[in-house]
Design a binder for this molecule. Structure first.
Ligand code: 3PG
Ligand code: MG
Length: 425
C-alpha cells in the first residue's frame, strides 16, 4: 500500500522529527571537518522547505559514519548544521545530543518554521540496537515523524524504525519525505513496468553483492550488461583464465546458475569480450583503511578472454565499450548500478566514462535512466554528467536491497495512505 507522505500532513505548529541521511563524506581541512559532497543534504531541501512553509518545528536526526556508540568528535554533525544553514539561507540550531533535556528544552523554545539539527544518533549504542527505550526517548519531542533518509531505510535502527513505531502507537503520523517518495518511485514503481527495451547495467567488485538483483531483474530486463571485477567470476564460471583478477571463487556456482537462468529466459547476458589489464606490484604504502596500496604497472588492452597469469583485469576494453554503448543507445529504460572498472584510476576509467556518456546520450533522446546509487553516482558526477540522467539514488546499500525486492524497515514503519498509523494500525 502507498505510504503517507509529508504532502498529506498538516504540520502547522507541530514538532516534526525528520530522519535525514546526512551521512556525507567529510575531510579534515586546517583542523576542521568539512563536507566534501553535499548531494545528500541538497536532496532533502525540498522536504525541509515544505515543512518550513507549513509552519512546522523541525528537528532533524541523522547518523554520520560508524562511531559504534561512542562520542567521536570527527563524526559530529555540527559542521553539517553550518553547511545546511548556508544552503537553506536560514539559521539551523545545533544541539549536541539527540535525546534528553537539552533536546527537550530546545524543542520547547522553538518557534514554528525553525530548524534544529540533533547530534549523531550513533553516538548512542542503543541506536543501532534499535533499543525501544531509546526510541521512546527520541520520540518524546516528536508529534509527527517524517523519514526522508532513504539511504538508511534498510537499517532497522531506533531513528529509522523504532521511533516511527512509538509515534504511530501514540496515534501520531509517520510519513515519507519528498526524497524518500522520489526514491521509491524511481527505484520501485518506474521499474515495475519499464518501457522497453529495458537495459540493466551492473558492475562493481562482487557477484555476491549483486546476485539477488541479477536474479530478480532477469525476469524484467531485455538485456543485462556486466562489467567490473564481478565479470571475472562469470568468466571463471565459463572456464576462462582470470590471472590475478579479483574473483569470488566460491561464487562460481552462483554465477553459473545466473548464466543458465539468462539462457533459459532468452535474455542476452553480455560479458566483456576484451578488457584493460595491468600487472599488480605491491608498494610499502598503506591506504586509509590500512591495506597495502597496489601499483598497477603496464596497463594494456587485452583482447583475449583469458587474462595473462601475471595481470588483473581492471576495466572493460574498447570492443566491449562499443558493444555495450550500442545496446544502451537503443534502450528506453536504463538501470545502472556499479562501475565498469577501477574508475578512480584514470588508466581504468574509460569503460565507466563511456557507459556514463552513453546513458546520458540515451536520456537526451528520451530514455528514462535510473542510477542505483553508490559508485555509479560518483562516476557520473566525476564525468560531469550527474545532471544528465533521469534519477540518481542517494542510497548505496539501501538501493541494492530495495532493487532486490526486500521490504526496507524504514519504509515499512511509515503510516499507510488512508490508514491511521504505521505497523498495521
Ligand atoms: C550509507 O551511506 O550507506 C547510509 O548512510 C547507511 O550507512 P551505514 O551503511 O553505515 O548503515
Ligand atoms: Mg552503507
Amino acid at each position: 500500500m502507498a505510504k503517507l507522505t509529508v504532502k498529506d500532513l498538516d504540520v502547522r505548529g507541530k514538532r516534526v522529527l525528520v530522519r535525514v541521511d546526512f551521512n556525507v563524506p567529510m575531510e579534515e581541512k586546517d583542523g576542521q571537518m568539512v563536507v566534501t559532497d553535499v548531494t545528500r543534504i541538497k536532496e532533502t531541501l525540498p522536504t525541509l522547505d515544505l515543512l518550513v512553509k507549513g509552519g512546522a518545528k523541525i528537528l532533524l536526526a541523522s547518523h554520520l559514519g560508524r562511531p559504534k556508540g561512542r562520542i567521536e568528535p570527527s563524526l559530529s554533525l555540527r559542521p553539517v548544521a553550518a553547511r545546511l544553514a548556508e544552503m537553506l539561507h536560514r539559521p539551523v540550531e545545533f544541539v549536541d545530543d539527540c535525546i534528553g533535556d537539552p533536546v527537550a528544552q530546545a524543542a520547547a523554545a522553538m518557534p514554528p518554521g525553525t530548524i534544529i539539527l540533533l547530534e549523531n544518533v550513533r553516538f548512542h549504542a542503543q541506536e543501532e540496537a534499535n533499543d525501544p527505550a531509546f526510541a521512546e526517548q527520541m520520540a518524546r519531542v516528536a508529534e509527527v515523524y517524517v523519514n526522508d533518509a532513504f539511504g538508511s531505510a534498510h537499517r532497522a535502527h531506533a531513528s529509522t524504525e523504532g521511533v516511527a513505531r512509538v509515534v504511530a502507537q501514540r496515534g501520531g503520523r509517520c510519513a515519507a519525505g519528498l526524497l524518500m517518495e522520489r526514491e521509491l518511485k524511481f527505484l520501485g514503481d518506474e521499474l515495475e513496468q519499464p518501457a522497453k527495451p529495458f537495459v540493466v547495467i551492473l558492475g562493481g567488485a562482487k557477484v555476491s553483492d549483486k546476485i539477488t538483483v541479477i536474479d530478480r531483474l532477469l525476469e524484467k530486463a531485455d538485456t543485462l550488461l556486466i562489467g567490473g571485477a564481478m565479470a571475472y567470476t562469470f568468466r571463471l564460471a565459463q572456464g576462462w583464465q582470470v590471472g590475478k583478477s579479483l574473483v569470488e571463487a566460491d561464487k562460481v556456482d552462483v554465477a553459473k546458475s545466473a548464466l543458465a537462468k539468462a539462457k533459459a529466459r532468452n535474455v542476452p547476458f553480455l560479458l566483456p569480450v576484451d578488457d584493460v589489464v595491468a600487472t599488480p606490484v605491491k608498494t610499502d604504502q598503506l591506504n586509509k583503511k590500512g591495506k597495502p596500496i597496489v601499483d598497477w604497472q603496464n596497463p594494456r588492452t587485452n583482447s583475449d578472454r583469458n587474462c595473462p597469469p601475471d595481470a588483473a583485469g581492471l576495466d572493460i576494453g574498447p570492443a566491449t565499450i562499443q558493444a555495450y554503448c550500442e545496446v544502451i543507445a537503443r534502450a528506453q529504460t536504463i538501470l545502472w548500478n556499479g562501475p565498469m572498472g577501477l574508475f578512480e584510476n584514470k588508466h581504468f576509467a574509460a569503460g565507466t566514462n563511456a557507459v556514463a556518456q552513453a546513458v546520458a546520450d540515451a536520456t537526451r533522446k528520451g530514455a528514462k535512466s535510473i542510477i542505483g546509487g553508490g559508485d555509479s553516482v560518483k562516476a557520473l558526477n566525476q564525468a560531469g554528467l550527474g545532471n544528465q540522467v533521469t534519477f540518481m539514488s542517494t542510497g548505496g546499500g539501501a538501493s541494492l536491497e530495495f532493487l532486490e525486492g526486500r521490504v526496507l524497515p524504514g519504509v515499512a514503519a511509515l503510516s499507510d495512505q488512508g490508514g491511521c498509523g504505521g505497523c498495521g494500525h
